[in-house]
Design a protein around this ligand. Sequence first.
Ligand code: G
Ligand code: G
Ligand code: NA
Length: 249
Amino acid sequence: IRIENDLYRAIEKNELYLHYQPQINYKTDQIVGVEALLRWNHPEHGFIPPDRFIPLAEETGLIVPIGEWVLRTACTQMKKWHDDGLKLPSLSVNLSVHQFEHQELFKTIECILSDTGLAPEYLELELTENLIVKNTVQTLQTMEKLQSLGIKIAIDDFGTGYSSLGYLRNLPISKLKIDKSFVDLMVKDDAAITNTIITLAQNLSLEVIAEGVETKEQADYLLQQDCFLMQGYYFSRPIPPEEIYTKYA
Ligand code: G
Ligand code: G
Ligand code: NA
């Protein structure tokens, strides 16, 4: 459909922008990072949610240039925060499967870090379980190269995919992100899955962060289970980069 052609031009027409959602250490109440989230303001249709256009971008391959734009824009912003004295410890960027499997990915990231002057240690990539399930030699190699550069890798929406747990030992992963759907179940009296993921992460010495935390009740419960990294509307919605200064300076 038409929106596809529009997406093609969205970058050059400056219609894409990023919001950033804070990640909080609930134990210390400090901001530990931000996740960059892509937004599209269409000239006629207005705001189009990423759930609608990212699948389209993946189908068409446009996710590769769009993803590169996201990485460059987010790393530039992160460097700017640092230069302005706001010492955010971590920047998370989402990568789609297609983007991760692109041959040029590693080179592109190296290039962006070098251009922006952002140290690799500040960058975290969020990958979905789908990618891990495929478990190809190339995926593993890319992950290892990224890790040896100092970049961290998190598994997004953890628990929603169809992977076996064995791979977790062998892959250079540093963090699991508990999917919002499990955080939601928790308050409906079903905490089995969140508890299991937290324990799994602890046993494998991985960090664990819960996403979609909307209430104090959820936050308190997670902390009680020793999951202290959180992200969600209870703390903040995704916000424009300028607002990060006023909220967290
Ligand atoms: O922004 P929102 O919170 O509505 O995100 C909806 C979905 O879009 C999430 O699953 C998120 O991972 C995905 N998403 C947001 N920004 C990006 C991006 O820059 N790249 C990719 N691949 N996915 C993104
Ligand atoms: O899959 P991913 O983790 O990237 O998804 C992030 C998505 O979840 C974004 O669309 C973001 O706007 C949304 N989000 C973040 N925090 C909350 C929350 O507390 N509640 C709800 N409903 N959505 C959230
Ligand atoms: Na994500």
